[in-house]
Structure formats: structure tokens, C-alpha cells
Design a protein around this ligand. Sequence first.
Ligand code: PEP
Length: 233
Amino acid sequence: MRYLIGNWKSYQTISQTQTWLTDFSNAKPKINNRIKLILCAPFTDLAEAKRIIHHYGLQIEVAAQDVSPFEEGKHTGEINAKMLSELTTYCLVGHSERRREFNETSEIVAEKVARLIEANLSPIICLDTPYLEEQIKLLLHKRIPLERCLFVYEPLAAIGSGQPADPFEVEMIAQKISFLTESRCPILYGGSVTPENVISYARHHCVDGVLVGGESLNPAHFVQMMDNLSYES
Ligand code: PEP
């Protein structure tokens, strides 16, 4: 199974989401069942995205971009895993933008992963080399079932910079993650992936797919990436 995951970050209103999915559907994408498509959308878009995906009969799953580290309770403004479980089956956690802008630590990320697992959701966990081992150790310490997780290697310098990482370096880090996680989960790459370079990552043995930020906002480019991945699969 190959993964193509879009991360819309803090973009897309509900009406823009409607337009994106309509454009995607109009492009008549030939969705290969060996490729799993997931869109990490803002909380406000999840219900409408799900509705439209069902309406057009598209094989895409929606995912949240974050979750509260707390269970339900007196935590004003927090969206917890139980709430998400009626909307999604996946949730992104530990994105470097959250580490940088919201001071998220590996401990907080591990708490979030634990809440997602308790609610039967699959965490998509972003990692970079400075905290890669620390993050995986914390998850193992919490006895997180890693076979229910996906990991994404996202080197900071490659995110949103137009400077993607060297595919051979990505393969080496993916091998390391695979070793640390005892090959129990898919490993993806994220960082300035485009329709042109997507194959250079996906053709590596340890890389099971890609997480795409900026380019996923364009439905035509998303279809192109999907087609290129299908060609290789
Ligand atoms: C991301 O948001 O995780 C990401 C990889 O962004 P971009 O593709 O824009 O580098």
C-alpha cells in the first residue's frame, strides 16, 4: 500500500473545500486501490469534506491535523480524540509547525498519540532527526501499538522551502525509523514534494508514500501526484 497524504495546514474555508473536492471529482481521477489518499483538513472542514466525498463517491479519507492531549473535560477550546472519532480515522500529530509555534514537545506528542489510540484512531506522526529516537522511545515506553501508526520523516529545512531532501538521505532515515519501530508501520516522507519529484521518494524500498503540504492545495497537482504514484505502484 502506498500513501498520498495532503496537509492543508491553516488553509481552506468550507466553500474552498467544496470547490477543491468538486474540481478533484471533475478531473475524473482513476483511483488505484493500492494507493490510500488522505486529506488532513482543518477541523472546520472535516464534516463537509466527508459529506462531499461520500456524495461524489471518492475514495479519499479525511484526517484531522491535531488533537487535544486531554480526554474530554473542562478544557475550553480543545478538540479531543473522542470527538474526532465520529469524523475521521486518522489524525496528524507532532508537525514541526506545532512544535515551533505552540511549543509542543515529544512528551505532548506521545500523550496525543495515546489519546488517539484509545479512541481507535490512527496517528500520523511527524518526525525529524533531532528528536526522532526520543519520540519513538516515548511511544514504546507508553506501549503504543506502533502497527496502528504511520510515521512521516519531515526534515525541517525541506518543509515549505522548495528544497526537498535528497531521496537517498530520506531512504537512510526511513531505514532507521523502520529499525527503531521493528518494521511495524508505514514510513512516509514530507517536505516540498511536487508532482515532478514524488516518484524519486516513492521508488525507495523503505518509503511507503508522501505527505504533501503546499502542493496539496491544488487539486490538479494532487491528481497528478496520485497518477505518478499509481504508475510506479
Ligand atoms: C507539510 O506540511 O508537512 C509539508 C511537507 O509541507 P510542504 O509540502 O509544503 O513542504
